[in-house]
Design a protein. Structure first.
Length: 95
């Protein structure tokens, strides 16, 4: 396979990931869910990336904590579970 074909394959896969990420963020916004990211510094210097899914009403909510060793840089097509919990009144933290 030549380099141009490889580059085209990589770019098409990247476009699919970006489209799904934007679709997820749009779905969350349309359903009254705020998605925020934050970094959690640890004592050993490591940093955990967390995403918060909060109902858009500004009042306290019960919390669901999800520990995911494969979390990416942004919410993606696998984030619909967190959005559904937030729609039902839970604050969700995915670390």
């Amino acid at each position: 396979m030549d380099d141009n074909k490889k580059q085209g394959d990589v770019l098409s896969k990247l476009k699919i990931v970006l489209d799904k990420t934007l679709e997820t963020e749009l779905y969350a916004a349309q359903n009254g869910v705020n998605v925020r990211s934050c970094d959690i510094p640890l004592r050993d210097g490591a940093v955990l990336r967390a995403f918060l899914y909060l109902p858009d009403d500004g009042v306290p909510h019960p919390v669901i904590l999800i520990r995911n060793p494969y979390i990416g840089q942004k919410p993606n097509e696998n984030s619909f579970m967190e959005i559904k919990f937030a729609e039902r009144g839970y604050a969700v933290i995915n670390v």
